[in-house]
Design a protein around this ligand. Structure first.
Ligand code: NCD
Length: 316
């Protein structure tokens, strides 16, 4: 790997920021998952060490989010860090201050880590390029990447399947606009999934050239055949009518995951969703709440992989 061109590594090749799973490599991904699982054991056994005591973690969420922000907040807090949720709506950024000046100001207050969510692709990388000492964690930028979501999905798959290698994974819904799908695809490819199937209406699929390693499958039923893992994505309701010209019921009939459809997948297939879910649009109630659903395991694992990322980046 050309380290000079890798914006998330330091000159020794160690991870300095987490911006994307693309190019991170199997070894570093597995190390983060292992660390997350170890921190989970420690937390559940009541022996979690206060690894981040004395450190300050700042949440910079330029785009609304409650679950991801809360997950990062709990991860940092449970490791003993001091956590600040920077109030963007009332900040000087909304008065026209540049992102670089906001970063410099907050770094001068001795923040050790910034968790950044932004609607524009590349904003966390822009912070990383200007950070003097602090580490940057991408908590979702545009449709580019959501690396901690990718990690928590991989950990959840590993928990239930033992290994990612050799699995058939279907990702269904608005793949084109999904940073979750992109990070999942990068992580699943790095860990050797057998086949990644992307499914959804043509208008919501990525171009065939973006992910040559994936198989684009128009029919959801066909995609489900032999799937070990099914990842459903949230569909923005305005896209159903606006872009697709469909009613919610029509979308659900074509791409909604029902119990009947799920029967086409492997008997022990697991069902995932990053949340927030639109019940009755992309997923049926009985599937979301059924025995194959691991959706709440994903939520729980989110905290542990975020602990692992913070501990790694802050070198504790
Ligand atoms: C996702 C996001 O914001 O990228 N949700 C999340 O992080 N919990 C997915 C989504 O909003 O559809």
């Amino acid at each position: 790997m050309n380290l000079m061109a890798d914006p998330q590594s330091d000159t020794e090749g160690r991870l300095r920021h987490l911006l994307t799973l693309n190019g991170l490599g199997r070894e570093r991904i597995v190390a983060l998952l292992d660390r997350g699982a170890a921190l989970r054991d420690a937390y559940r056994g009541g022996t979690l060490p206060p690894l981040l005591a004395g450190r300050t973690v700042m949440n910079l969420f330029f785009e609304a989010s409650t679950r991801t922000r809360t997950s990062f907040e709990l991860a940092a807090h449970r490791l003993g860090a001091f956590v600040v949720n920077f109030d963007i709506a009332n900040s000087s950024t909304s008065k026209g201050e540049s992102l670089e000046d906001t970063l410099a100001t907050l770094e001068a207050m001795d923040a050790d880590a910034f968790i950044v969510r932004h609607k524009e692709n590349g904003t966390p990388a822009r912070f990383a390029a200007h950070a003097r000492r602090a580490v940057i964690v991408n908590a979702g930028d545009g449709n580019h990447a959501h690396p901690t979501q990718g990690l928590l999905d991989l950990l959840t798959i590993r928990d239930h399947k033992g290994d990612v290698e050799g699995l058939n994974v279907t990702i269904c819904g608005d793949v084109r606009h999904s940073r979750v799908a992109r990070s999942d695809i990068h992580g699943l490819s790095a860990l050797g999934a057998n086949e990644i199937r992307l499914c959804g209406p043509a208008a919501l699929l990525p171009s065939a050239t973006e992910f040559p390693e994936c198989r684009i499958v128009g029919s959801f039923d066909e995609a489900l055949d032999g799937s070990d893992v099914i990842i459903m994505l949230r569909l923005q309701k305005e896209r159903i009518e606006g872009v697709l010209g469909l009613g919610e019921a029509e979308y659900f009939a074509a791409y909604g995951l029902t119990g009947e459809r799920l029967a086409r997948a492997r008997e022990d297939a697991i069902v995932m969703h990053p949340g927030p879910m639109n019940r009755g649009v992309e997923i049926a109630d009985d599937v979301a709440d059924g025995p194959r659903s691991v959706i709440l395991d994903q939520v729980a694992n989110g905290i542990f992989v975020r602990m692992a990322v913070l501990a790694e980046l802050l070198r504790v």
